[in-house]
Design a protein around this ligand. Structure first.
Ligand code: HEC
Ligand code: HEC
Length: 131
């Protein structure tokens, strides 16, 4: 009886150790190729940022993301093969730069989330607002 109790206790301790390890080790990141947005961005924030780009430019997701080869109905968001994605990164850097330099009112907000000046400030539903 006594042996069994010691045995069970050590199982419990081992289980706690395993759970403890898995609770502190980081899960795989959801997103694989972020150079500007925070790597731990939530799905909610990612969705709303990407949606805001489509609205600002009046274009679908496929303007910056290429279809997966052999499956034209879905997009490969990770690859950088579509040059518009890199163009958009340039625009993201510029927008962050404008906000931090001239409109950095809220020091608690990460620069990447500042949006006093946003894509739509210039784009207004046009991909090429200069035309
Ligand atoms: C104007 C261009 C543009 C449009 C339109 C756009 N995206 Fe993106 N998307 C980007 C850029 C740029 C990145 C990479 C950001 C970075 O490097 O931090 C990205 C990254 C992503 C990622 C992360 C991929 C990874 O694992 O690294 C997802 C998911 C994504 N976009 C989904 C979408 C969806 C869904 C839409 C349509 C609602 C969309 N995007 C529309 C430019 C765009
Ligand atoms: C200060 C104004 C301004 C802001 C802010 C801005 N853009 Fe632009 N963007 C432009 C102009 C002007 C053009 C057209 C350039 C041309 O016709 O050569 C453009 C063009 C683009 C293009 C087409 C490719 C290219 O590089 O010419 C993409 C994609 C784009 N912007 C994405 C974005 C995204 C995404 C944001 C927000 C993160 C953004 N832009 C914010 C002014 C702006």
């Amino acid at each position: 009886m006594r042996h069994q109790k010691v045995f069970l206790t050590s199982i419990a301790l081992a289980a706690a150790a395993i759970l403890g390890i898995s609770a502190t080790s980081r899960p795989d990141p959801i997103y694989k190729n972020l150079q500007i947005l925070p790597k731990d961005i939530s799905e909610h924030d990612m969705d709303s940022i990407m949606l805001s780009y489509t609205r600002a430019l009046g274009m679908g997701c496929g303007f910056c993301h290429n279809p997966i080869a052999g499956n034209e109905d879905s997009l490969d968001y990770v690859t950088d093969k579509n040059e518009m994605k890199e163009n958009a990164r340039r625009m993201m850097r510029m927008t962050i730069d404008i906000n931090t330099r001239y409109f950095y009112f809220n020091k608690n907000t990460k620069p990447v989330y500042l949006n006093t000046v946003h894509c739509k400030t210039c784009h207004r539903g046009e991909a090429y607002p200069a035309d």
